[in-house]
Design a protein around this ligand. Structure first.
Ligand code: JFZ
Length: 491
């Protein structure tokens, strides 16, 4: 009895500790408004899309990362901030903006052929130049020789191809007199109020005039001035969501009132998906915190806008990009490849070639990318698995030299059962592959941790592939007979 009450008291003490712990969470008005993933259809659609295209296009494309014969090695869309280039020169570039080669329909067709399900477009980058006809500033495409509303052309063309459009919007705006990165004086604070109103007006304008918009992709929100606007940004987000039901907003939009960005002071993701995996992938599911997330990837290193000269920078190959895409999908994220068209509206050959190669691969293997999620069949030396219902897709980057692909199957929850490979086929040609040995007769390999392995026999013709190949497999759970159980060596 005495012992029991002690146990009771100990249990109560532990339970109270737990309560105290969560009660010690910071009370936040403007942190995350939801714990865990969004469960509505719009968000599920985003998740299932899996693969998108980013386009960075603005007047920086005219400069193309060069000024006065010199090469700017920072990100080309940042060239205005380079000391070599006078601001006045940059701020006059729009007077030359006349992309006569721009063909929105052709871009959309190329994106479709690449397999992109959504596209994120830079409506306004840090320079403040608007690729739509904004009534709140003169610094827009309407006042260039081109005149036409580029955002409208793109939305129409991409929508016609069944590709959804998301709007990139920078809250840094070097063209607005009220913009500040930091607020130090009363005058700064007054000016910034004007800028906030302008920002809000532009966002409402975008959602009103472009109702096809699926989401807003914010940028530049690391400014101290912006971080200090937690309450205001929170109410702006709510206003935008009310105006546009289903709207998707990532974690790079607003800070909480303690100044924490992406995740709030209690560790919860702010808004709908994690935007921190920019040009950088999580190693495992744990690193994602179980949240929705997106990786946006450049082809060269950190060049988003058009740069005339790629010769000095390392560029990713289609197989590297596909590998990153599959790693992303296996860890429940979305993958986005960036394009930077030039000042005339051409998509450079290197990017077009990548779009073609990725698209060819996707036309055969897209089922391993769309509508899939993390698989219980975890990362292995040969590559990553993704899953859709009972179908598991093994994307093989590292091909074994002996043509036997060793698959570690997930552990069954029951000690009397094991998973076996019921069927396996090569997506490239539908060929069925057989399993070495006979699992039903206990012919499989099991390691000392209790994991079972089966060897798939690969056809000789898939040797020396330049791009990964995908196997679609299905598993069965069967009873293990006693005599099949793994024998540890007696030593
Ligand atoms: C920003 C922009 O400054 C850049 O020009 C480009 O538009 C890119 C998509 O976004 O750059 C960032 C933003 C965030 C990180 C790195 C670069 N980050 O979180 O590592």
């Amino acid at each position: 009895m005495k012992k029991q009450s002690l146990i009771f008291l100990a249990t109560l003490w532990i339970a109270l500790q737990g309560v105290a712990q969560s009660a010690s969470d910071t009370v936040l008005q403007h942190g995350a408004h939801r714990i865990g993933k969004r469960s509505d259809a719009a968000m599920q659609h985003w998740r299932d899309s899996g693969f998108g295209q980013f386009i960075h296009w603005g007047v920086y494309a005219i400069a193309g990362g060069q000024w006065n014969g010199k090469n700017y090695t920072g990100a080309a869309e940042w060239i205005r901030s380079w000391k070599e280039m006078p601001n006045e020169t940059y701020d006059s570039l729009y007077k030359q903006f006349n992309p006569t080669r721009f063909d929105a329909k052709q871009w959309a067709k190329q994106a479709k052929a690449m397999g992109a399900k959504y596209m994120i477009f830079t409506t306004k980058h840090h320079d403040g130049f608007c690729m739509w006809h904004s009534k709140y500033t003169d610094y827009t495409v309407a006042n260039t020789p081109y005149q036409k509303d580029i955002l409208r052309e793109l939305i129409d063309a991409y929508t016609a191809e069944g590709i959804e459009v998301y709007l990139y919007f920078s809250i840094i705006d070097w063209s607005h007199p009220g913009y500040r990165a930091n607020l130090v004086s009363d005058n700064d604070r007054q000016q910034y109020e004007i800028f906030k109103q302008f920002t809000r007006n532009q966002l409402v304008e975008l959602l009103t005039n472009y109702p096809e918009t699926k989401g807003l992709w914010f940028d530049g929100t690391w400014d101290k001035a912006w971080i200090a606007q937690a309450a205001w940004a929170d109410s702006l987000g709510m206003e935008l969501r009310n105006l546009h039901p289903g709207l998707i907003i990532g974690s790079r939009f607003r800070a909480d009132e303690t100044g924490k960005r992406h995740v709030d002071a209690n560790g919860h993701l702010i808004d709908d998906y994690d935007q921190r995996f920019e040009r950088n992938l999580p190693a495992d599911l744990q690193e994602t915190g179980g949240n929705d997330w997106e990786c946006v990837m450049t082809i060269p290193e950190n060049q988003w806008g058009y740069h005339h000269d790629w010769s000095w920078t390392y560029c990713k190959t289609p197989s590297e990009l596909i590998k990153m895409m599959i790693q992303t999908r296996a860890l429940d994220g979305n993958f986005v490849i960036n394009f930077g068209p030039d000042g005339e509206g051409n998509i450079r050959k290197e990017e077009a070639d990548i779009a073609t190669a990725v698209g060819r691969w996707m036309s055969v293997n897209g089922v391993a990318v769309y509508g899939v999620h993390h698989s219980d069949l975890t990362k292995q030396d040969w590559g990553y698995a993704t899953q859709n219902g009972n179908k598991i897709y093994l994307t093989v980057f590292n091909q074994p030299v002996n043509q036997l692909l060793r698959i570690q199957v997930p552990k069954s929850k029951s000690a009397e059962k094991i998973f076996v490979i019921r069927s396996a086929k090569l997506l490239a040609n539908g060929q069925n592959l057989s399993v070495k040995g006979n699992a039903k007769r206990g012919s499989y390999y099991r390691d000392k941790f209790g994991y079972s392995y089966f060897d798939l026999i690969l056809p000789a013709k898939i040797k020396h592939q330049s791009l990964p190949f995908v196997l679609e497999i299905e598993l069965d759970e069967i009873n293990v007979r006693d005599q099949d159980s793994y024998q540890q060596a007696l030593t």
